[in-house]
Design a protein around this ligand. Sequence first.
Ligand code: CAA
Length: 257
Amino acid sequence: MSDKLIDVVDNAGVVRLTITRPKALNALNSAVIAELDTVLDDLESRNDLRAVLITGDGEKSFVAGADIAEMRGKSPEQARAFAGQALRTLKRLETLPVPVVALVNGFCLGGGCELALACDWAVASDNAIFGQPEVGLGVIPGFGGTQRLPRRVGPAMAIDLVTTGRKIDAAEALRIGLVNRVMPQAELEAYAEELTKQLSGNGPEAVRGAKQAVHDGLDQDLDSALALETALFAFCFAGEEQTEGMSAFVEKRKPNF
Ligand code: CAA
């Protein structure tokens, strides 16, 4: 592993980002957030991007939160700037036009849980631990947890988690819908490979359109959102992917996207 804070590996447009501060359990300090922002400059400009996977280095932790040692001496203005930068970066990650998946390999606390929430979905190792323990440090979540967590798991469970600060295991995270799947840590790698294969076999523009329809539709009333879906569905018929995908089905062969 290099001395970078974000290791980037590209496998045919499926880009895997690994946060590499294992000595601090991959805690998010300003330098990690700035480097993620720079990586996003590149990812946003790529037409060949298929998906982004994000994980933490080592076997113990995905991300154990925002960096407490760095935050400790901050003034309210500095805290606002720190959270503001992280929120902008997580928003950029969330709004990438391709699926963004968190591979949660251990502790997923505070800012780490907020990072996972900014991803489209998360899969976790069975030893992963989740939580928003900020209240135990005398603060509230600052990287979007009070807003994205209720949208993912509902307000009652979100208020439970952000006010008690209790930690939950992977089984409970699965039960409340915080993660999509749980598996032994050794299988996360195989999952990443399988996902890469699956996404690479689909029409890339269709995958982008499907994500866009879900994301943009959630902010609209149902009728407007359904109209958006119709517009995006019709738009698929203007490109080559639809011709290739449907011809391949009729001709009983694999599509070549
Ligand atoms: N920030 C900075 N350093 C951290 C860190 C964090 N969030 N989490 C862990 N570390 C560091 C520890 O200080 C320790 O460093 P040293 O070896 O130099 O002492 C190293 O990582 C290993 O950690 P531990 O020795 O504590 O490991 P452990 O196995 O005993 O405990 C843990 C693991 C339960 C995750 C514990 O480290 C822990 O509770 N970490 C903090 C979790 C937390 O409160 N996160 C929320 C942060 S606030 C936040 O995120 C605000 C926000 O929303 C923006």
